[in-house]
Design a protein around this ligand. Structure first.
Ligand code: CAA
Length: 391
């Protein structure tokens, strides 16, 4: 690819769920002080999927505005990133491909490595575009974060999908070539195939995340990456938004820089608006941080952004991107805000019932209740096959 052609994010859109549980309702149930959630974790509410929503319906809803705006020409690859997979064999992206009526001449694949895999998808997409700049790659990151009821992780649950159209000469963010990588075998968070809730060692996971910040940053610099002073803001993976502050504090410490409250707030606060009210969306979280930053009033034109993508287990990557002049004309700001605002608050009891619900496994014909007002719904399961339809 000629050097004058850059690659990156050309369009960016997200979707979340029908329902929302405020942390006040959770605190009322378990007796926690609300400031533990609002201040200690930096979370206000969590998105809760309706009975007829899942990673496919959210993923398709996130990608639909992109397809409506740009059409399908040039899209020959759809990469679906998730760690809340619905099938051990079939990629969830194949259902999205069908719901969006993408051309048959498309490769579709699902990627998994905890919360990290959307970044792998983005990098693979950029690789494909370097090979053929006429191609465009649809990356969909979609997850439902689910922990056991009454466990410490419960307050960090959430659900959302982000879709990105990755192209040459992008309109929103140009991604730079240097990346800092870090992988280490650690059991901080995992979900065996027989469980639908994650297992986690909370404190170990925070330590592992901070270790990954250090490892990726050191590798990023060793690869010729830019100095810390070059960056204007940082989009971190946000399992809860306070984690981004902890991570940035650590990065500043590593660089011998002042980590005062004002410095931290300036770098991180503009990235937290969506994650604070949606909760952990695993693979989508770091790109929700980007969306929140760009949807803010401040002009970010030509600013350099740092991205830290962390997936427990663990694999992490630090990379950089520059905001493209005119980016604001390509955002979905009003739609994004409406997507958050349209959620219906539910009681703790209703949330608990949804949490405990799972699809029948007997192979029978089981329609799901019509709950979502979203664009796509899981109509039911019949003969072990999921059936989707437009909402
Ligand atoms: N007012 C203000 N702050 C309060 C408070 C109050 N009344 N009560 C407690 N706090 C603060 C605590 O001091 C603490 O802050 P610091 O860490 O800055 O000290 C914070 O609130 C949380 O309190 P605890 O540590 O006591 O909370 P906990 O042990 O019940 O659970 C958790 C916290 C371990 C993060 C838990 O929510 C959890 O297990 N979450 C899932 C795992 C996770 O998100 N890990 C993050 C890194 S791993 C990753 O990023 C991958 C991924 O997506 C899962």
């Amino acid at each position: 690819m000629p050097e004058s052609i850059s690659a990156g994010i050309h369009d960016l859109s997200f979707a979340t769920t029908e329902f929302v549980l405020p942390h006040t309702a959770l605190a009322e149930h378990n007796g926690a002080e609300i400031d533990k959630y609002h201040l200690g974790l930096g979370q206000r509410s969590m998105s809760v999927p309706a009975a007829d929503e899942d990673v496919v319906t959210m993923g398709a809803a996130a990608a639909a505005p992109i397809i409506e705006r740009h059409g399908t020409a040039g899209i020959r690859t759809l990469v679906f990133a998730t760690e809340s997979s619905i099938d051990q064999a079939k990629a969830a992206g194949v259902y999205v491909h069908s719901l969006l009526a993408l051309p048959p001449a498309t490769r579709v694949v699902e990627l998994k490595q905890a919360c990290y895999s959307a970044t792998a998808a983005l990098q693979f997409a950029i690789g494909l575009i370097h090979r053929d700049p006429t191609q465009r790659v649809l990356v969909v990151a979609s997850d439902v974060s689910k922990y056991a009821l009454d466990s410490p992780g419960e307050a960090t649950q959430g659900a959302a999908a982000v879709a990105m159209l990755v192209t040459a000469n992008p309109s929103i963010v140009r991604i730079e070539a240097q990346s800092g990588l870090f992988t280490t075998d650690v059991m901080d968070f995992w979900r065996p195939n027989y469980r639908d809730t994650a297992l986690v060692d909370g404190q170990e996971s925070i330590t592992a995340y901070l270790q990954a910040v250090q490892g990726t940053w050191q590798d990023y610099r060793a690869q010729g990456g830019r100095p810390l002073e070059a960056f204007s803001a940082f989009c971190y993976h946000q399992p809860f938004t306070r984690m981004a502050y902890k991570a940035h504090h650590h990065l500043l410490d590593l660089n011998g820089q002042d980590a005062g409250q004002a410095t931290l707030r300036q770098a991180i606060e503009p990235t937290t608006a969506y994650n604070a009210v949606i909760g952990n969306s695993y693979t989508a979280s770091v790109y929700l941080a980007l969306t929140a930053l760009l949807d803010q009033a401040d002009d970010r034109t030509d600013q350099l952004l740092g991205f830290l993508s962390y997936g427990s287990g663990s694999v992490a990557e630090f990379f950089a991107g520059t905001v493209v002049p005119g980016y604001r004309d390509h955002l979905h700001t009003a739609r994004n805000r409406a997507e958050v605002d349209r959620r219906k608050p539910i009681t703790y009891g209703r949330y608990r019932a949804l949490h405990e619900q799972s699809l029948p496994t007997d192979g029978g014909d089981h329609p799901t209740p019509e709950e979502t007002t979203g664009r796509f719904r899981l109509a039911g399961i019949r003969g072990h096959k999921r059936l989707y339809e437009k909402g």
